[in-house]
Ligand binder design. Structure first.
Ligand SMILES: NC(=O)c1ccc[n+]([C@@H]2O[C@H](COP(=O)([O-])OP(=O)(O)OC[C@H]3O[C@@H](n4cnc5c(N)ncnc54)[C@H](O)[C@@H]3O)[C@@H](O)[C@H]2O)c1
Length: 259
């Protein structure tokens, strides 16, 4: 499935799910704007792609900041031509009860996931118009189907992406710009294992805890956790001409977990 001529800005591309997309799309012929709030991780991914013979530039991007979005889009377009693909992967979560979720936690989660995706679409569409086509991928979750009691901000933001995806799909359908929500199930990544500022984990929440690992496995009918590559292959399909009639919809990639 070749993507020659496509130019993709991928957020959270220094991380697991965004990184797998950056590698796969680059090896399929697309040029990549590797965007992450952590510039060291973005640079490492861009170097890896270039070393493997692909085309990539790194960009420091906090998705909550419109100016940084505009700089990222301008730099990517200057390097490779108009941007035709946007993948909004950057996310945040703080796994607390409703009672314990603070306003600051809510703002971190909702601003990163929902406002960040909104700003990205606003920044990318003018470039897609210059290209004459475009595909926007928003990264959902099981919480986009069935939000749980934990972390109300995460449920609200990932459900909010259902609405944002439909709104963008309807707004740009006549301009040959599609928007699709790709919703992963349980994926074994640092998001669920590590203790980061955007996704804190401790022994009660981390996949490093064998009990948590077993719980997520038991919640997945296919009997295995998803890999970042599972998600990346779906994203490549959504970008490809094979998916030319798909817009405004959600594709779950979850081994059946959201049923
Ligand atoms: N891992 C899972 O099980 C799972 C399941 C469903 C959805 N998701 C979603 O996948 C996305 C990516 O997560 P991952 O599993 O690859 O985690 P990850 O921790 O490997 O990667 C997340 C990346 O996002 C970057 N980031 C964080 N805040 C940012 C910001 N404000 N601006 C720009 N970049 C920022 C981080 O630096 C990191 O590189 C998130 O939106 C998450 O909600 C993950």
């Amino acid at each position: 499935m070749r993507l020659d001529g496509e130019v993709a800005v991928i957020t959270g591309a220094g991380g697991a799910i965004g990184g797998a997309q950056a590698r796969l799309l680059a090896s399929s012929g697309a040029a990549i704007g590797v965007a992450d709030v952590d510039m060291a991780k973005a640079e490492a991914m861009a170097r890896e792609i270039t070393k493997a013979g692909g085309r990539a530039i790194a960009s420091a991007l906090d998705v909550r900041d419109l100016d940084q979005w505009e700089r990222t889009l301008a730099a990517t377009e200057a390097a490779f031509g108009p941007v035709t693909v946007l993948a909004n992967n950057a996310g945040a979560n703080v796994r607390t009860t409703f009672d314990d979720q603070t306003e600051a936690m809510w703002d971190l989660i909702v601003d990163t996931i929902l406002k960040g995706s909104f700003l990205g679409i606003k920044a990318a569409v003018p470039s897609m118009r210059r290209a004459g086509h475009g595909v926007i991928i928003n990264l959902g979750s099981i919480a986009s189907v069935r939000p749980g009691a934990m972390s109300p901000g995460y449920g609200a933001a990932k459900m909010g992406l259902v609405g944002l995806t439909r709104s963008a799909a309807l707004s740009y359908a006549t301009e040959n710009i599609r928007c699709v929500l790709v919703s992963p199930g349980h994926v074994d990544t640092p998001f669920l294992r590590a203790d980061t500022p955007y996704s804190p984990n401790d022994a009660t929440t981390s996949l490093d805890n064998p009990e948590n690992y077993r719980m997520r496995l038991a919640a997945t009918p296919m009997g295995r956790l998803m890999s970042p590559e599972d998600i990346a292959r779906t994203v490549r399909f959504v970008i490809s001409p094979e998916a030319a009639a798909i817009t405004g919809s959600m594709i779950t990639v979850d081994g059946g977990a959201a049923m």
